[in-house]
Design a binder for this molecule. Structure first.
Ligand code: EPS
Length: 392
């Protein structure tokens, strides 16, 4: 891996941080662009109160000079505005033993584990008796750093004309019509708070979310992420951990609450004949073309020049106002699961995070293929490759 990042930060800690290693020198890194990406993650009908508190803004602390990367690690920081309300409960230092402080810490202690969350396994694995020590990092708040890092990856991809879009295709039981030419609908998708491209489904989905909210319940859904202008030959067929589809699946599956990732036809391949599955190859004006894209732009772990098409499903968030039965880990007694402010539905946000994770994987694969010390060198190698491909 060339494009690597590490992030840190608790949901109600002081800030979130990311250090990115491997960005070539000479890439335009625009704070306003990163902030716009962060704002996209915050939008979504069905999101909870936290998004009203936070207006995520990035601080670029290193690795960039006069708006361009210089090849050294890039450090990004996003402050948690909510930290103001958590300074005692989330203090990194020992706090004074006053009755007021003890009361705050006790009130934020959690012992009633939530089914479907990291709570129980995390508490057992790390030997915690206060589940807050698990919840603070398992929270989807962490995805803000992924989106900021993804914005840096997109800045590299942009230099090569590679562009992505995400669209919500299902919320609960309501499926949206997704268009073949999704890029032409980008503005429409960005302009609505469910990231859908047909107005009928929008109203039905909102209604579904309202029903869940009134019932103290939550809702999941599916979304698509599509990247265009990806050159032939990213990833490799030669080894399991170099396959582009495997890398994308891992990156997206790692997003909180994602339970499935599909490429192209996805699980439909199981009930379709080979003759209906594979994309026939033609030559037009000396170029290899396909008239269908069931493979979702990836064959045998390598990009084939068609759009990369990914579909993923997100489960309903496990933090519910009407909680499920569960157990208190301090006394093994039957209780109702913990409820703390949460989202009713976060599928649109998850789609934006998946776009970011895909951009990270694609930028890494691009750098592996075309070198990575400087953008100029990468572009020379890229142009030479395109020339060689067109001469074949
Ligand atoms: C989130 C931040 C969290 C939640 C949500 C998403 O903040 P808080 O817990 O203070 O409300 O709103 O996280 C979860 C749904 C979860 O399960 O952790 C965010 O920034 O996206």
């Amino acid at each position: 891996m060339i494009f690597k990042f590490l992030s840190s930060g608790e949901s109600h800690g002081k800030c979130l941080n990311a250090i990115i290693e491997g960005v070539p020198a000479g890439v335009c890194i625009d704070e306003a662009f990163i902030n716009n990406e962060l704002a996209r993650r915050q939008v979504g009908y069905g999101r909870g109160g936290r998004m009203l508190i936070e207006k995520d803004k990035v601080k670029i602390l290193s690795g960039v000079r006069h708006g361009k990367s210089i090849g050294s690690p890039i450090c990004l920081q996003i402050e948690n505005k909510d930290w103001e309300n958590w300074q005692v409960a989330m203090s990194t230092c020992e706090v004074e033993n006053t009755s007021e402080n003890l009361e705050i810490i006790e009130s934020k202690k959690i012992v009633n584990v939530r089914p479907g969350h990291a709570d129980l396994s995390g508490a057992i694995k790390y030997n915690h008796y206060d589940i807050r020590n698990v919840l603070e990092r398992s929270s989807a708040r962490e995805t803000a750093t992924r989106v900021a890092v993804g914005a840096v990856a997109k800045s590299i991809l942009k230099e090569f004309g590679i562009e992505g879009v995400s669209v919500v295709t299902q919320i609960g039981g309501v499926c949206a019509n997704s268009s073949d030419d999704i890029f032409s609908l980008k503005e429409k998708i960005e302009a609505n708070d469910l990231r859908v491209c047909d107005s009928d489904s929008y109203e039905l989905m909102k209604n579904e979310i309202d029903i869940a909210k009134n019932d103290g319940d939550t809702l999941g859904g599916t979304f698509k992420v599509i990247f265009k202008n990806v050159p032939v030959g990213l990833g490799s067929h030669v080894h399991w951990d170099r396959k582009l589809d495997g890398l994308l699946a891992q990156a997206i599956m790692s997003i909180q609450a994602v339970k499935s990732v599909e490429i192209g036809l996805g699980k439909e391949v199981a009930n379709t004949f080979g003759s209906k599955t594979h994309d026939e190859i033609f030559v037009e004006n000396g170029k290899y073309i396909r008239k269908t894209n069931n493979a979702g732009g990836i064959e045998s772990g390598m990009s084939n020049g068609e759009d990369i098409v990914i579909t993923a499903s997100m489960k309903a968030i496990p933090t519910m106002k009407k909680p499920l039965n569960s157990i208190a880990i301090d006394r093994k007694e039957k209780v109702q699961a913990h409820f703390e402010r949460s989202d009713v539905c976060a599928v649109p946000a998850c789609a934006v995070v998946a776009e970011a994770m895909s951009a990270i994987v694609l930028a890494d694969a691009l750098m592996e293929k075309f070198s990575h010390d400087s953008l100029d060198e990468m572009k020379i190698n890229y142009q030479n490759y395109l020339k060689r491909v067109s001469e074949r």
